[in-house]
Design a protein around this ligand. Structure first.
Ligand code: C2E
Ligand code: MG
Ligand code: MG
Length: 742
């Protein structure tokens, strides 16, 4: 049970796994895709921001260049800064002006020899030594200015012309002086309209410096909407922040502008958080519903599979394991014999009187018996490895502990349990059982072999009077082989004329022969005379009885068809009566032989009548309509009831010879025979006694009211010629043939 549960859970997990996995996978994929998209989105946004800021910064420098160029590129500037070196003018137009309106904190003017002649700090004239820290950066810028100045087309005076013709010559860079970073712009002083010209080949150059300070950063930040814009050392780690490295003319990093980049994903997340959560929740709900639904479906599937499996491996009536499971279990138990299991006991249990109960009381009574048997087996074989129902009234018990004593004890417990009568709505039902057992103590035995051995032992229990236990012995197998060879011989005998009929007289009170019972004989070339008690049951078991029965009918009709005085009794087996088309076959044979059916009596045993099968009833009815009469053979030994006698309206009962042989022993036989005769008379049936061997028996039978006799006293079974002569009968066609050939 636990195993099944674990198995069920495992199966469930196996079926569930992919569904849960798929659902989680889809969710994970969704989250991952969103994360990647958002990340890409952020990356793209940062790259754009970086690009914009870089361009913006360059633009800013260009603008600053223009601001300075406006102040120093005009004719007045040539006059005031080159010709006159008017410091007050320079103060007003450069130092002070650029400081006040554009935030430049340092302004210098150098002459054609690059010597500084003007300096201003924060809009106020200052000492020339202020230039010293700027000299190195000026030294980088000035050669480029001078080069461009040299390359410039020669300047000419253009009095009266009012259009600017000279483009500015400038250079800018970034430098760090002390703890301050500056944008430094060098601008060549040039005329604009050309009304004044520089006095020498090289004009003065202004060096102006704008600190990158909080004010400037504020302007940048506002213009480009940058958060937290700061100036840091160039080697500072950016840690995912926006970063613009500022370099001097030689490409050396001077400082970095860093800022917190815009993360659109953060805004997106903020905005989308609620819908996203809702969506995830919804998806989760769908997944959960799916998993739950699948769970229910899977549970149902597993349950129905388990049900189907149980049905496939169990008998629905008793809920005991069936043949399929028995074979499976037997296979695995036999595989362990010799290792885990030292021995395995196999018991074949078969009910003794089940068929009678089933036939007389009906299938419901039969079911009750089978159920009760199963319950008793469960109690009696509590420790058994398996109790199975093979079908019908056959059960198998497997016991793996198995020493022979315990097997014997177990079998006797079963015998005892099943011999107790079953109390039911049908009254007390006595069933009893026979058991065949085999102990397997060596490896390599096949399940079919083990069962066959137990079954053989069971067969012996049945043969030896039922209600007993028989252990399998190898000689039984030999006996079986013997039976097999007998069966082959019997088939051969049928085809080779080894079978013939003898006839035993039936006489009346006066001793006159009025009938004869046809009895089959087999004269085997090697075995000698084989008694019908041996080969008839064998033929019944193997199905050969149908061919044998047809042979008997054909031969008896041929032998006795021409008789005019004697009636003829023919034995017919239950198996023949159960065969559909039997009556038709008899009718055909009777027509062929042109016999009068009313002179023939069919002897049936009680078991043939007990099978309440429609086929039997149909055959009997049809034969009766043809004119055949019926006698109940071996009366008193079976299980027949009054109702059976009446239902089939037999014409005669034949008291079994076991009662006759006991007459005179002072036992109950006389009373029993008396009762049987009375019963027959009451039902207006004729009555005959068989096995009458002595005069005393005949007299006692007569005194009981029986007036027909058959037995060694009045005539042994004899050949056709003898009976014909004894009864003064006309010989049959076969006899005539024999006589002719003789
Ligand atoms: P049954 O029909 O009861 O036949 C009577 C048996 O009792 C015969 O044995 C017969 O020889 C024997 N018998 C007759 N008088 C006496 C007597 O005074 N004392 C003793 N001890 N025995 C006596 P048989 O011929 O060996 O037949 C045995 C059984 O075989 C028959 O019993 C019958 O059931 C079956 N049988 C015989 N011939 C046929 C047949 O043609 N068809 C079928 N289906 N069964 C047959
Ligand atoms: Mg008979
Ligand atoms: Mg008999």
């Amino acid at each position: 049970m636990t195993g099944n549960l674990i198995n069920g859970d495992w199966r469930k997990a196996r079926l569930f796994g992919p569904i849960v996995g798929l659902t989680l996978g889809v969710l994970a994929l969704l989250i991952l895709t969103t994360a990647i998209l958002v990340h890409r989105f952020d990356d793209t946004a940062s790259a754009r921001e970086q690009h914009m800021f870089e361009r913006g910064f360059a633009q800013q420098l260009e603008e600053l260049d223009k601001v300075v160029a406006t102040q120093v590129d005009w004719d007045d500037a040539i006059v005031m800064m080159d010709h006159r070196r008017d410091a007050a003018w320079i103060d007003f137009n450069v130092g002070n002006y650029l400081h006040t309106f554009n935030g430049f904190t340092r302004s210098f003017v150098v002459d054609g020899d690059e010597k500084v002649f003007y300096a201003s700090a924060n809009g106020e004239r200052a000492g020339l030594d202020l230039y010293a820290p700027f000299r190195p950066i000026a030294a980088q810028l000035l050669p480029r200015i001078r080069q461009a100045e040299k390359a410039r087309p020669p300047l000419v005076l253009r009095p009266g012309k009012d259009n600017i013709v000279i483009p500015p010559i400038q250079g800018n860079t970034v430098t760090r002086i002390g703890d301050q970073t500056y944008i430094v712009i060098a601008t060549l002083v040039q005329p604009d309209f050309g009304k004044a010209l520089p006095k020498g080949a090289r004009a003065p150059v202004t060096i102006t410096a704008l600190p990158i300070d909080a004010r400037l950063l504020g302007i940048f930040a506002q213009r480009y909407q940058l958060d937290d814009l700061k100036l840091t050392a160039p080697d500072a780690k950016s840690n995912g922040r926006g970063n613009l490295v500022l370099r001097d003319l030689s490409g050396r990093p001077v400082a970095s502008l860093v800022w917190t980049p815009r993360r659109p994903s953060a805004i997106l997340s903020e905005q989308l958080l609620l819908p996203l959560l809702l969506m995830l929740g919804l998806l989760g709900l769908v997944a959960w519903t799916m998993v739950r639904r699948s769970g229910i479906v899977i549970s149902d599937l597993i349950a129905s599979e388990a049900r189907a499996k149980h049905l496939a491996f169990h008998d629905p009536l008793t809920r005991l394991p069936n043949r399929a499971m028995l074979f499976e279990r037997l296979h695995s138990l036999l595989a362990t014999v010799g290792s885990d299991t030292s021995r395995l006991t196999v018991l074949c249990v078969d009910l003794d009187r089940f068929k009678e109960i089933n036939d007389t009381l009906g299938h419901h009574a039969g079911d009750l018996v089978i159920e009760a048997t199963a319950n008793r087996l469960r109690t009696a074989c509590a420790g058994a490895a398996l109790i199975a129902r093979l079908g019908g009234d056959e059960f198998v018990v497997l016991c793996s502990s198995g020493c022979s004593e315990s097997a014997e004890m177990l079998a006797h417990r079963v015998l005892e349990a099943l011999s107790r009568p079953i109390q039911s709505e049908y009254g007390r039902l006595e069933i009893g059982c026979s058991i065949g057992a085999v102990i397997i103590d060596r490896p390599g035995v096949e399940p079919t072999e083990a069962l066959r051995w137990a079954d053989l032992a069971l067969y012996h229990s049945k043969q030896n009077g039922r209600g007993r236990l028989t252990f399998f012995e190898p000689r039984m197998d030999q006996a079986l082989q013997g039976r097999r060879s007998l069966e082959t011989d019997l088939r051969h005998a049928l085809a080779n004329d080894e079978l013939f009929m003898v006839y035993q007289p039936q006489v009346d009170l006066a001793g006159n022969i009025h009938a004869a019972e046809a009895l089959l004989r087999w004269s085997h070339p090697e075995r000698g005379e084989v008694p019908p008690d041996v080969f008839v049951p064998l033929a019944e078991e193997t199905g050969l009885i149908l061919a044998l029965g047809e042979f008997v009918m054909r031969r008896v009709f041929a032998d006795t068809g021409s008789w005019t005085r004697l009636r003829v009794a023919i034995n017919v087996s239950a198996e023949q009566m159960r065969s559909p088309g039997f009556a038709a076959a008899v009718a055909r044979l009777a027509a062929e032989a042109e016999i009068d059916p009313s002179r023939y009596e069919i002897e049936l045993t009680e078991t043939a009548l007990l099978s309440d099968e429609p086929v039997t009833a149909g055959n009997i009815g049809a034969l009766k309509r043809l004119g055949f009469t019926f006698a109940l053979d071996d009366f008193g030994t079976g299980y027949s009831s009054l109702s059976v006698l009446q239902r089939f309206s037999v014409d005669k009962i034949k008291i079994d010879r076991s009662f006759v042989s006991c007459l005179g022993d002072g036992g109950e036989s006389e009373a029993l025979v008396d009762a049987m005769v009375r019963l027959a008379k009451a039902l207006h049936l004729r009555v005959i006694a068989e096995g009458v061997e002595s005069e005393a028996q005949r007299e006692r039978l007569a005194s009981c009211g029986c007036n027909e006799f058959q037995g060694f006293l009045t005539g042994r079974p004899m050949g056709l010629r003898e009976i014909v002569e004894l009864a003064h009968e006309s010989p049959g066609a076969a006899e005539a043939e024999i006589r002719k050939s003789a």
